[in-house]
Design a protein around this ligand. Structure first.
Ligand code: ARG
Ligand code: ZN
Ligand code: CA
Length: 241
């Protein structure tokens, strides 16, 4: 048992317009949401229906802001091809990816909230990207994605979580036993119960596609899958002190 794991974070603010140069307060609001969501100290966890209350997990990971890098760019959008992660493409180079979680905050475009790299990819692109419109809970954050949950979702991917519906049909798996099967994402703020594949969807899971206000839990199985990365020989073991 590793106890509470601390992940040091590097934040790259890659801005074109002045408003995209988000404040330290907005950065801190995001770190605070992560620390609530990964410790199950978020106030909305109380809304989890009794059907799923038994599998709500305190993931026992916390996040500490280590460094903020601010860089102005002439690019007005970056898309999802990782250009934001390279000085040579108008972005900002990754910093010590073996020991830190790198977060790039910059204009993605195309209505995309964020994206992440799964464990095991190239170290030069390791980390998560979130658009400033969906980052933190203050400043440029925009409803209904102004609860900081885009980052919670992306860090879930960075820690090996798949979408809750397994990105497929009823029998396509997210490799987690205690998340019910489903065949589609849910959007907006679904009622309870919402049923697909003859089981009640865990729509309030961070790895679904609902609004920030309507997602408020990780499951015990997801916790186990994330923390396996930090076990001896695990892909993210080098983060540990
Ligand atoms: N579409 C993005 C992804 O699949 C993020 C979705 C985040 N959802 C949210 N309610 N903030 O990685
Ligand atoms: Zn996703
Ligand atoms: Ca499952």
């Amino acid at each position: 048992n590793l106890g509470v794991i601390t992940i040091p974070v590097i934040v790259h603010i890659v801005y074109n317009t002045a408003s995209q140069n988000v404040s330290d307060a907005q950065i801190n609001s995001q770190i605070a949401v992560l620390n609530d969501d990964f410790r199950a100290t978020n106030s909305d966890v109380s809304q989890v229906p009794s059907l799923f209350a038994g599998v709500v997990a305190d993931v026992e990971i916390n996040f500490v802001l280590d460094q903020v890098i601010r860089k102005q760019t002439t690019r007005t959008s970056f898309g999802t091809n990782d250009a934001i992660k390279f000085d040579s493409q108008g972005g900002s180079n990754v910093v010590t990816p073996g020991t830190h979680l790198n977060m790039w905050i910059g204009p993605i475009g195309g209505g995309i909230l964020g994206y992440a790299q799964f464990p095991g990819g190239s170290s030069s692109t390791d980390g998560v990207v979130v658009d400033p419109l969906y980052f933190g809970t203050t400043g440029t954050a925009t409803a209904p994605f102004d609860g900081g949950r885009t980052m919670t979702h992306e860090v879930g991917h960075w820690l090996n979580l798949r979408h809750i519906w397994g990105d497929g049909r009823c029998n396509r798996d997210d490799f987690v036993d205690d998340t019910p099967r489903s065949d589609r994402p849910n959007y907006g703020c679904p009622g309870f119960p919402t049923t697909h594949c003859r089981t009640t969807d865990m729509t309030m899971n961070y790895m679904d596609y609902v609004n920030d206000d309507c997602m408020y839990m990780f499951s015990a199985g997801q916790k186990e899958r994330m923390r396996a990365l930090f076990a001896p020989g695990g892909v993210r073991e080098s983060i540990l002190p």
